[in-house]
Write a protein that binds this ligand. Sequence first.
Ligand code: HEM
Length: 160
Amino acid sequence: MSKCSRSLGAALAVFLMVVMPGTAMSQEGDEPQASLFERLGGLAPITVVVSDFIDHLVEDPVLNANPAVDAARQRVPAAYLKYRVTSLVCQSTGGPCQYQGRGMKESHAHLEITEAEWNHMVEVFKEVLAEHGVPDPETEELLAIVGSTRDDIVSTGSGS
Ligand code: HEM
């Protein structure tokens, strides 16, 4: 190899490292990142966190001040909600489950959930994730997944 083509090769390597991190020349990025499902530890820890979350929600005085929510949580078994929410979280985080429940709009429309109730639920969710030691990056990803359902679930913008 000539001196010229060696320096061309070195320049190309620097280009790949600086301009295209994640290519073969990079130290990191060779391994594809594990799915959120895998990083959360799989189905067993997810079931535990969802179960705890639903236990908090069905007893929550702020949410139960909404008469439609209160009536529904007395009618619908918490175990059923745990099953459905677990399969939804499993599927949305890249796990092997198939969510076969109703859509978020259809299953929440009659509850008339307000912005304030939504925000309260998010705070409870964050507290439960923190109690279970879910790391910040995974917490952020879960909040983004939950946040993506907001427009289907919140039915009034009054904030009261
Ligand atoms: C303030 C927020 C929320 C409240 C108060 C709430 C409350 C409820 C209640 C009372 C039900 C039973 C409704 C019925 O069958 O009459 C229900 C169903 C359900 N919720 Fe929520 N929910 C909230 C947010 C969420 C979020 C963020 C998710 C997931 C991202 C979720 C997932 C589900 C699922 C999967 C079902 C069962 C659907 C089915 O029956 O097939 N909910 N929720």
